[in-house]
Each structure stands twice: as structure tokens, then as C-alpha cells.
Write a protein that binds this ligand. Sequence first.
Ligand code: PLP
Length: 451
Amino acid sequence: MLFTRTLDCLLKSRKTVTALHYSARNFAVTLSKMSEIEKKFVLPKRLEGAKRVVEYIQLALEHKPLNLGQGFPDFPPPKYVTDALSQVANGDNFMIHQYTRGFGHPRIVAALSKLYSKLLGREIKGQTEILTTLGAYEALFSTITGHVDVGDEVIIIEPFFDCYEPMVKYAGGVPRFIPLRMKSGGSKVCTSADWVLDKDELENLFNAKTKAIILNTPNNPLGKVFTEKELNQIADLCKKWNVLCISDEVYEWIVYEPNRHIRIATLPGMWERTITIGSAGKTFSVTGWKLGWAIGPENLMVNLQMIHQNSVYTGVTPIQEAVAIAFETELQRLGQDECYFVSISRELLSKRDYMAKFLQDVGMKPIIPEGRLLYDSRLVSSGSEKDKYKDYRFTKWMTKNVGLQGIPPTAFYSTPNKHLAENLVRYCFIKKDENLQGAAEILRKWKSNKN
Ligand SMILES: Cc1ncc(COP(=O)(O)O)c(C=O)c1O
């Protein structure tokens, strides 16, 4: 705009030389203004350092690989769930398209309260102990922002879902990392249970400044399901140091036999210091619906409600109603074979084992997940890309040259610990059988071309 005005000024002026002087000065002023603007509006310091793997989305668009990187299903969700949404959208109750109760639409709050009263073994009061959110993401954001004060330390177990670290920093908190370490190597097939916390390392992290620990079980990306013993160790330290446990349990229903998902809020003395987070997207394979929830005692929930009320205010009414209907259906068959919470893991188990086999066939060493839907497989080559970390080089090279996309797991680690995951790649197996067969074929061809 200013530049056009400058040009206008040049063309219109009869005193060209004067005009040239004038416009050059004007242009310089504009430039220096620009840099002042640029300087002033750089990313605020507390938001620095967060990097997302968005370049992989671009890479997929450019090279059109078979994409096993993104962690969502490529097959339809259960029909009764999508039917519920169309019934809600087209039903007679047109008020369902308007704003609903801010802290949670009454029907979904009632369903969640019924379900979690059973799961947590205590009566959950819907009005005060549940907040529904825009995905588990917002539940995490409201919990962290609502509880973490400037200078508070928050313990994050690695590998971790990548938003934990920036969220803690946005709140002014200080992330303190502890990696799960592989306890055994060798030639045996390794599982996510081989990744454990070092008891002393964990104990040493807790101190008077510790405000919270973020637990993610089943863990993304490893698929580790924390055992009762491991959860008790964490719980004991939380109680000793009076620390909040933020328990991200979005994959609570994706756990493979004989493993069992244990909710840390059910351990003695933990309800009063735990916020349990869940996701309808993960529970019903509808990640695009973005409905989550946080559950905890009233005195902890008011902090989250405050953040939610002043940022989002209210969730999406028809989605909450439809998910409520889906929960009501499942509540009637809870624990039975046909219950989706039971059948989803059964269906994924054969996909998990199929992927394990074809990765082993090409010389990769899979880490068999006990829960969730992703695989980490140790690399067999690092490709020829320029990135700092080997897993980035490998996954980019594979996308461009072999046609199979995975995700680099160092994205789930803090900088000092990234070396722990450099030799891994993350592949997701919540995909149609034909796509898993396609991936097996791509890898087989790649292997035979290499030999
Ligand atoms: C561990 C973990 N927590 C939270 C989320 C966010 O869930 P939602 O899609 O419900 O926001 C995800 C999504 O991938 C996740 O993997």
C-alpha cells in the first residue's frame, strides 16, 4: 500500500528529482518500520522451541506415499456412532444446534458420569467433577494452564505426546524430563514393557517445586501400558511431594491381552490429586469429532473450568449429543464381547501381529506395543537426507524413494534425550488390511532391491 503510494507520488510529481528523494526516504522509512514491526511481533519467548512434524503432511502431499505416519484410522467408524450424529443433526430437536451448557452438554455429562463411576469405583458428580473439552488437547491445555504457575516444575515422561512440553512452557512452568529406558537389548523380540523408568532417577526429579507429573498410559508413541507396580511408584512420589498427576488416558480402550489398563486415580490416595483425561476421538475412532473430557475432584476442576470458560466457553452441542448416544449404547454392553471398547483391541491385535511379522521379514526389529496402535521399529538404514537426526533422515528418504511414510520418534523427546530414539521409526497399524498388505509389499520390494 505504502509502496504503491510512493509510486503514485513518483509518477504524478513534475519535480521528479525531488520526488525521487522524497520517495526513497519514504521507502527507507517503510523498510525500517517493517523491521520494527517484525521485531516487535516475533514469537513471544515462552512460545519458542515448540516444533511440530507438520512438514510430514507436506511431504505426504508431494510424494503421495502409503502413509503409516499419521495415527488415525483409514476405515469408517462404527456405523451406530455415525448414525447417532445424523439422527441428532436431522432430528426434531432443533435446539441441539445451539449453544449448550459450558462445562459439558448435560446428556454427555450424564453418560460420562455413569461410565466413569464404574471405571473409577466411586460416584462421579457430573455437575462438578467433569469438564468436556474440544478434544483431549483442550483438556490437557486447561489442566496445565489452570494449575501450573510461573516457575513450577512439571515432570514429563519420555517419549511424550509432543504438546506437553510447549503447554507447560506457555504456562510459565519448567518441564523436567525423564525417559523410559530400554532395559534389555539382544536378539529377543522386544515389547513396550521393556521400556521402564529408573526408580532413582524418578525419585530424584521430585522436589518442593514439582507441581505436576504428566502420565500417559497407554503411552503414545511406545504403546507401553504402565503396570500397577510402576503406577504405585509414581503415586507414592505424588503423595510424598503433594504433586498433581495429569493422567492422559486417551487410549484407555486399546490394550492387548493379557495387559490391563489401570487408572491411576483408582489407587489409594490418588483420586484427590489426579485429573484423568479421555477422548471420544480415540474411543470411537472419530478423531475429527474433537471431543474430550477431564475428570477429577471439584477443587481441582474449578481451575480448568476457569480456563475453559474464558477461552472456549462451550463445546460442540451435536457432537456431544451423538457421543452421549454412543456411550449409552456401550454402557448397556460394557465388558461383553460385542462392546466396542472390547472389540476394538481384538480387531487391532491381528493388525499389530501382521505388521510385526512383515517388519521382521525385512530385518527390522519391532517393539511390540502392549497397547495403542502404533509400532516403533528399529531402523535398518538412515537414507541420504540432511536432517540432524537419523530417524528424520530415514523417514524422509523412505517417503521420497520407497513410497512408505513413517514418523520420526525423536519428535517425542526433549533435545538432550533425542539420541534415545534416533534408531526408531513409528508406523501406525490402525489402517485397512489392504493398506497394511501394501506396506508389506513395498518393504519386501525395497529389501529385495537392496540385496
Ligand atoms: C497421547 C495423546 N493425548 C491427547 C491427544 C489428543 O486427543 P484429541 O484428538 O482428543 O484432542 C492425542 C492425539 O493424538 C494423543 O495421542
